[in-house]
Design a protein around this ligand. Structure first.
Ligand code: HEM
Length: 778
C-alpha cells in the first residue's frame, strides 16, 4: 500500500549468471515475486499470508524486499541458534533506506544510533549481555510486580464505568510504556511525546514511509534521540538510583570497554522501544485473540491458573514481533537452499509459530498447549529477548485484572489497522464494550482483594487441566473399563497422534494417572482410554472403577506424546503385554491405513482377560495372540533374531517384558526399539546422594551452580534460561540440552545406548554431571 520513492533494498538478484532465465525463466516463483510485507494482508495475519511458503517454498528470495525469506520453524530456530553464521547486525537497519532530505534532518539532530545488544556481533555482544543481565533475572523482576499491578488497576479504574473503551489508547499503550520507563529508571515524563517518537522509530526502522513522511519521521526520531541523551545525562548524575540504565552506567564505570558511551545512548532509545511497543502490541494482540474466542475468554475468567500458559499461547498464535532479521556471513544452506554470504534474511517467526511440523493443530488457539513456550516471538539463542519475563509478567497482570473486573468484555465490531512494517505488529485500536451495571465489583467489592501469585518465567503446564465429561463406559473384561471422554463445553478436543497419553485427575485423591489413548486419532470429538483395575496399585485405578460413570465431569491433562510412532517407517513390529495394548491399538490402526508392513504380538493371561481383542480383529493375520492359559508363549528371541534396518519396534507392557526386549534388541540398530515408559524411578532426586556441580553455558557466557538439592533444569531457569520441559521425570525428552564438554550422568529413559555413550546431550530435568563441571551449548 505504501509506495516507496526509492527501492534501494532491491538488492542484486541472487540468481545472477547461469540460473537466471535459463530455460524455465526466472527462478523466483510467482508467489515469491508478489511477497510484500508492507501489504495489509501481511499486517493482518502474517502466518496466513506466508502459509503457501511454509507448505511449498519455505526459503525464497523476495525481489520486492531484496531479502531471503524463511518461514519454517526448524530453519528459523537454526538461524537464531547460530549468531556467527547469521549475524544480527542488520536487526535495526532501516529496511527502507531514507532519502537525502531525511538523512539531513537526522544529521541535524546529531542522530548517532549505534550498536546496542540486539544488533551487536560477537565477541562484543556476550560479555555485554552477561554484564547487564542481572536486573532481568526472575528474582530481580519480582519487586516490579506491585508497580505493574497498581498501574493496571489505576488505568482500568478510569474506564470501568464507561461501558466501552479503546484498550490500546486507554491502557495497553501507556502502562507498558510506564513500566518500561520504571524498569529503565527514567522519570515519568513526556509520555505523549515519547509515544509519538517511539512509533516514528518503528516506521523509521521497519517501515516503508513515503517520501513526504520520511522527513516528519526523521524529525521525530531526531527528537527522540536528543531526549534520550538528555535523560541519560540526568541519570549519570545519580547512578545509584534503581533502573536498568543506572545499572548500565554503574557497569560502565567498572568495565568501560564492555559498556561504551555509544551503547548507553543508543540503548536509552532502543530500550524504550524494545520494552514498550513489543509488550503493548503483544498485550493488544492477546486480548483481541482471546475475546474473539469467547469460550476461551470465559475459561480464563473462571480459572486464572490458566493465564500464564494462555499468555504463552497468545505470544505463539498472535505475537507482536512478526519477523526478525539476520545477515548471512558466509555461503550457507538453509532448508536445502544455497544462500550466498552477504545475503539478508527476513525470518518470519510468526510463521514458525504456526508451523504444523512443530505445533500440532497450529492454527488452533489452545491455551493448554503443552509446547506453547516453544514459540519464537522472543527470538532464540544468544540474543533471545532479555525482557521476556517482564513482558510475560505484564501480560499476565493485564489478563488477570481484566478477567477479574470485566469478565463480560465483548470485542466490538471494528476494522483493525496496523502500522505498515515487517516486524512490530499490533492493532492501533482495540475497541471493547460491556454492560457496566454488570461489573462484578458493584455487587461484591471484595473481589478486588483477589490476587493470584504471578508465575514468573516460562509457564509450567503441570497445573493445567482441561475439563471433560464421560460420554460412556464399557467393561471390556472383568477388570478393564473402556472410558469415552468428550469436551465438557461441547467443543472438539485437541488432535493427538498415536502413542499419546493423558493424565487423568482422580477426583479429590490428589493423584493423577496416565492412560494411553486407544481410540481413533482421526475423531476429534472423543478420546478413549482403557483402565485396568489394579488392586495392588496406589488407588488411582480403583478410584476410576469405583467412580467413573457416564456423565461424570473429569479433569485431564495433555494429551502429550512420549511414544512417537514413525508414520513414515516401512515396517513395524508392535508388542504388547496385557493392558499395554492401549497405545499399540492406535498405532496399528494408523499403520494399517498407511499401508505399513506390520505385525502385532499381543500377550496376556487368557483371551478373556485381553481387552480390546475384538477391535483388533481388523488386523487379520497380522495379529498374533499369545494367551498363557492356552499354553501359547511368544518367541521373541526368534522374532528379533535378525536385525532389520527398516523395521521399527514399539513395545508396551510389564517391565519384565520390556527388559527382555531391550536385551534381545542389543544387536538391533540403536533407535529401532521404542518403549512406552510410564514411570521412571531413575529421576528421583536424593540430595544426600548427589553432589553440586557447575554448568558452563557457552552461548550465554555464564556459569550456573547446580546445588545438590536442585535439578539442572531448575538452576537454568533461575538464571533466565528458558528450557522446555514436560514430564520432568526423564521420560519425555523435551528438556534435552546439548553437551559440549564434561560427562553427563544420565538418569532418563529417553536416550539410546549410543546417545548416552556419545555424551553430547542430556535431559536437564533429571540428569547431572559425573564430575564437578559440565559445558552446555546454551
Ligand atoms: C531482544 C521480542 C519485550 C528487552 C528481543 C528480540 C526479540 C524480542 C524478537 C531479538 C531476539 C533475537 O535476536 O534472538 C520481544 C517481545 C516482547 C519483548 C515480543 C514483548 C512481548 C521486552 C522487554 C524488554 C526487552 C519488556 C526490556 C525490559 C530486550 C533486549 C533484547 C531483546 C535487551 C536484546 C537481547 C540481546 O540481543 O542479547 N526482544 N521483546 N524486550 N529484548 Fe525483547
Amino acid at each position: 500500500n505504501t509506495q516507496s520513492t526509492s527501492q534501494p533494498t532491491q538488492a542484486q538478484c541472487p540468481y545472477s549468471g547461469a540460473h537466471t532465465n535459463a530455460g524455465t525463466g526466472c527462478p523466483v516463483s510467482a508467489r515469491a515475486a508478489q511477497f510484500d510485507p508492507f501489504e495489509d494482508a501481511y499486517q493482518q495475519d502474517p502466518p496466513e499470508y506466508v502459509k503457501w511458503s511454509r507448505e511449498q517454498e519455505p526459503v525464497f528470495y523476495s525481489p520486492k524486499l531484496g531479502y531471503w525469506v524463511v518461514t519454517r520453524y526448524e530453519d528459523i530456530k537454526q538461524i537464531f541458534r547460530d549468531n556467527i553464521t547469521f549475524s544480527p547486525s542488520i536487526a535495526l537497519e532501516k529496511i527502507t533506506p531514507t532519502g537525502p532530505e531525511a538523512n539531513a534532518v537526522l544529521e541535524s539532530y546529531n542522530y548517532g544510533m549505534s550498536r546496542t545488544l540486539v544488533n551487536e556481533d560477537e565477541p562484543a555482544h556476550m560479555p555485554r549481555r552477561r554484564l547487564l543481565m542481572e536486573p532481568f533475572t526472575v528474582d530481580a523482576l519480582k519487586h516490579h510486580e506491585p508497580m505493574v499491578r497498581a498501574l493496571t488497576r489505576q488505568y482500568v479504574d478510569r474506564f470501568i464505568n464507561d461501558g466501552k473503551a479503546d484498550l490500546v489508547e486507554q491502557m495497553l499503550w501507556e502502562v507498558p510504556l510506564t513500566v518500561a520507563l520504571h524498569f529503565l529508571g527514567v522519570p515519568e515524563e513526556d509520555m505523549d511525546t515519547l509515544r509519538k517518537y517511539s512509533i516514528a522509530h518503528t516506521v523509521n526502522t521497519w517501515g516503508r514511509p513515503k517520501a513526504e513522511e520520511q522527513v516528519a519521521v526523521a524529525h521525530a526520531v531526531g527528537n527522540f534521540w536528543q531526549l534520550a541523551g538528555k535523560i541519560l545525562e540526568k541519570m549519570r548524575k545519580n547512578p545509584e538510583q534503581p533502573g536498568w540504565m543506572q545499572y548500565g552506567i554503574r557497569m560502565q564505570q567498572l568495565h568501560p570497554d564492555v559498556v561504551p558511551d555509544s551503547y548507553l545512548h543508543s540503548m536509552m532509545m532502543a530500550g524504550i522501544v524494545a520494552a514498550h511497543e513489543t509488550t503493548a502490541n503483544a498485550s493488544a494482540n492477546a486480548i483481541k485473540l482471546l475475546l474473539s474466542h469467547p469460550h476461551v475468554w470465559q475459561e480464563i475468567c473462571e480459572d486464572p491458573n490458566l493465564i500464564p500458559n494462555a499468555v504463552e499461547e497468545c505470544l505463539r498464535h498472535n505475537g507482536s514481533v512478526a519477523a526478525w532479521r539476520r545477515l548471512a556471513t558466509r555461503d550457507v544452506q538453509i532448508g536445502g537452499v544455497s544462500i550466498a554470504a552477504g545475503s539478508k534474511l527476513l525470518i518470519v517467526s510468526s510463521s514458525a509459530n504456526h508451523d504444523e511440523r512443530h505445533f500440532a493443530d497450529a492454527d488452533l488457539l489452545d491455551i493448554r498447549r503443552e509446547n506453547a513456550s516453544d514459540q519464537l516471538t522472543f527470538g532464540y539463542g544468544s540474543h533471545q529477548c532479555m525482557g521476556k519475563n517482564l513482558a510475560r509478567m505484564e501480560m499476565q497482570i493485564f489478563l488477570e485484572e481484566l478477567t477479574l473486573r470485566l469478565p463480560h468484555l465483548i470485542l466490538s465490531e471494528q476494522t483493525f489497522t496496523y502500522v505498515s512494517n515487517t516486524s512490530f505488529r499490533g492493532p492501533e485500536h482495540l475497541w471493547v464494550h460491556w454492560d457496566p451495571s454488570a461489573n462484578p465489583e458493584r455487587q461484591d467489592p471484595s473481589i478486588l482483594n483477589r490476587q493470584h501469585p504471578i508465575r514468573l518465567g516460562e509457564p509450567s503446564t503441570h497445573s493445567l487441566s482441561r475439563q471433560v465429561v464421560v460420554q460412556e463406559t464399557e467393561m471390556l473384561t472383568d477388570d478393564i473399563m473402556r472410558i469415552r471422554l468428550a469436551a465438557a463445553d461441547g467443543q472438539t478436543l485437541p488432535r493427538w497422534a498415536p502413542g499419546s497419553h493423558i493424565d487423568l485427575v482422580c477426583g479429590d485423591l490428589g493423584i493423577s494417572r496416565q492412560y494411553s489413548l486407544c481410540g481413533d486419532p482421526a475423531n476429534p470429538q472423543v478420546m478413549d482410554i482403557a483402565v485396568l483395575r489394579e488392586d495392588a496399585g496406589r488407588g488411582g485405578s480403583a478410584w476410576v472403577h469405583q467412580h467413573v460413570r457416564s456423565g461424570l465431569p473429569l479433569h485431564i491433562r495433555g494429551p502429550r506424546n512420549h511414544f512417537h510412532f514413525d508414520e513414515q517407517a516401512s515396517k513395524a513390529i508392535f508388542i504388547a503385554g496385557g493392558i499395554g495394548i492401549t497405545p499399540i491399538i492406535a498405532m496399528a490402526r494408523v499403520a494399517k491405513n498407511r499401508g505399513i508392513d506390520y505385525q502385532i504380538h499381543y500377550c496376556g493371561r487368557s483371551r478373556k482377560s485381553m481387552a480390546l481383542l475384538a477391535s483388533l480383529q481388523e488386523h487379520g493375520e497380522r495379529l498374533h495372540v499369545y494367551a498363557a492359559d492356552e499354553g501359547l508363549r511368544a518367541d521373541f528371541a526368534s522374532l528379533l533374531a535378525t536385525p532389520d534396518a527398516e523395521t521399527q519396534i514399539y513395545a508396551c507392557g510389564p517391565q519384565r517384558l520390556t527388559d527382555c526386549l531391550q536385551e534381545l534388541c542389543e544387536c538391533w540398530p540403536d533407535d529401532a526399539l521404542h518403549i512406552e515408559h510410564f514411570h521412571s524411578t531413575l529421576s528421583k532426586l536424593d540430595p544426600s546422594r548427589e553432589h553440586a556441580f557447575e554448568a558452563e553455558l557457552k552461548q550465554s557466557g555464564i556459569t550456573v551452580t547446580v546445588a545438590a538439592n536442585q535439578t539442572l533444569l531448575e538452576a537454568l531457569r533461575a538464571a533466565n534460561i528458558d528450557i522446555q520441559s514436560d514430564c520432568e521425570e526423564g521420560l519425555c525428552g523435551s528438556c534435552e540440552v546439548s553437551v559440549l564438554g564434561g560427562q553427563p550422568d544420565h538418569r532418563d529413559v529417553v536416550l539410546t545406548r549410543s546417545e548416552r555413550a556419545a555424551g553430547n546431550k542430556m535431559m536437564s530435568c533429571c540428569s547431572r554431571a559425573k564430575d564437578k563441571h559440565i559445558i552446555l551449548d546454551l
